[in-house]
Design a protein around this ligand. Structure first.
Ligand code: MG
Length: 347
C-alpha cells in the first residue's frame, strides 16, 4: 500500500495563555498530516509536540516527514524513530482512518465517559467549581503547587465542600513540590475524597540523570507510604518512559496523552498488557488529534474507566479547531469531528 503524503503547518493562539514551568504558552504550533491511498480514501492526523515534555520538536517532525517523500508506505511509516512519538501518533492515526472503510466508531467498552473539569489555581477554583457543577460536571481537577501550601490547603476544604456528593477531586501539582511538601499534602489528603494526586514531584532531563533517579525513588516511596493514589503525567510523556514505569510495576495511575506517545494501537496494547490504571488526557491538540486520542480512550477496556482529562475547552481563539466543552463525551461525539474540514481551513 502506497499513500500520498501531504502536511500543513498551523499556529493557533490560545484563548488564554497556558501557564507552564517555562512561562506563559501563547499559541499552539503543530502540523496536520493527510494520507491518501490509491482508491482516493483519505485519513488525517496531527503532530502536536510539547518539546519541554521531552517530545520531538516541530522542526524534527517536519524533517522526518520530508524524509518520507510525497509517496510513502506502511514500512517507511513504521520505521520512523521512536523519539518522534508525536509524528508516529499522527501517521498511525491517518493510516488507521484510511483503512476504516465505514469510518464508524471502534468496538468500545466505554460508550460514554465523564470529562474532568479543569479548575484554575488558587481561589478562582471556587467560582469555577460552582460553574462546572452547574454545567453538569461530576469530575474535577484542581491545579495546586502555585500558592503557599498552607493557603491552598485551607482552600482545599472550601473546594471539597462545593463539589457534588460522591465527586472525587484530582489535584495536579505539575511537579512543583519537594518530597517534604508532597508528604505534607498527602497527610492532608488521606482522609479526604481525593481521586489522586498528579505528579507531586518531577525532575526534568536538564536536572541530570541522578536527580531524575532520586525523584523516581521519591515518587515510589510516596506511592507506598500514603493511601491516596498518585498519578504520573510529566514522568510518562514519552513511549519509553511509559513502558519503563509500567515494567517497574508503578502502583498508581498513569496520565496517558496519546498525542505524545506514538501509534494508538501500540499504546493500547501496552496498557492492556499491564492492566494499567490509565487516565486519557489532552496534549492541547486541535480537534484532529483529539479525535484520534479519544478513539483510543474509548477503545481502552481498563477496569477503572476514569473521567477523561479533556476538560480544557475552549482552547483556541479560532473555535473551528476546538471541541465544544462538555461534561460527558460519547464515541458518537468523537465521530462527528470532521478532520477534512480543519485541513481545508488551513489552506
Ligand atoms: Mg498533569
Amino acid at each position: 500500500m502506497t499513500y500520498r503524503l501531504a502536511w500543513r503547518r498551523y499556529r493557533l493562539p490560545f484563548l488564554r495563555a497556558v501557564r507552564t514551568a517555562h512561562g506563559p504558552w501563547l499559541a499552539r504550533e503543530g502540523l496536520l498530516v493527510r494520507l491518501e491511498d490509491d482508491a482516493g480514501r483519505a485519513g488525517f492526523g496531527e503532530v502536536a509536540p510539547i518539546p519541554w515534555f521531552g517530545t520531538e520538536t516541530l522542526a524534527e517532525a517536519e524533517a522526518a516527514l520530508a524524509g518520507l517523500g510525497d509517496a510513502t508506505g506502511a514500512t517507511a511509516i513504521d520505521g520512523i524513530d521512536e523519539s518522534c512519538g508525536c509524528l508516529r501518533f499522527a501517521l498511525a492515526a491517518a493510516v488507521e482512518e484510511v483503512g476504516r472503510a465505514d469510518g464508524g466508531p471502534p468496538a468500545s467498552a466505554n460508550a460514554r465517559l465523564p470529562v474532568a473539569a479543569l479548575l484554575p489555581a488558587g481561589k478562582a477554583a471556587l467560582a469555577a467549581a460552582d460553574k462546572a457543577r452547574a454545567d453538569g460536571y461530576v469530575a474535577f481537577k484542581w491545579k495546586v503547587g502555585v500558592l503557599a501550601g498552607a493557603d491552598e490547603q485551607v482552600l482545599l476544604d472550601d473546594l471539597l465542600a462545593r463539589l457534588p456528593k460522591g465527586a472525587a477531586l484530582r489535584l495536579d501539582a505539575n511537579g512543583a513540590w519537594t518530597a517534604r511538601q508532597a508528604s505534607r499534602w498527602l497527610d492532608r489528603c488521606a482522609e479526604r475524597p481525593i481521586e489522586f494526586v498528579e505528579q507531586p514531584c518531577f525532575a526534568e532531563a536538564s536536572a541530570g540523570a541522578a536527580a531524575q533517579r532520586r525523584t523516581d525513588d521519591v515518587l515510589l516511596g510516596l506511592a507506598r507510604d500514603y493511601p491516596t493514589k498518585l498519578a504520573l503525567d510529566e514522568s510518562v510523556a514519552g513511549w519509553r518512559a511509559l513502558q519503563s514505569w509500567l515494567a517497574r510495576g508503578w502502583p498508581g495511575v498513569l496520565v496517558v496523552k496519546p498525542a505524545l506517545l506514538g501509534a494508538p494501537a501500540s499504546v493500547l496494547a501496552l496498557l492492556d498488557q499491564y492492566h494499567a490504571d490509565a487516565v486519557f488526557s489532552s496534549a492541547l491538540e486541535t480537534a484532529v488529534g483529539r479525535r484520534a486520542a479519544l478513539r483510543l480512550a474509548f477503545s481502552f477496556k481498563g477496569a477503572a474507566a476514569r473521567a477523561l482529562g479533556f476538560g480544557v475547552a475552549p482552547l483556541f481563539e479560532d473555535t473551528r479547531f476546538d471541541c465544544p466543552p462538555a461534561p460527558y463525551l460519547s464515541i458518537e461525539d468523537v465521530s462527528q469531528i470532521d478532520p477534512g474540514a480543519l485541513w481545508n481551513a488551513l489552506n
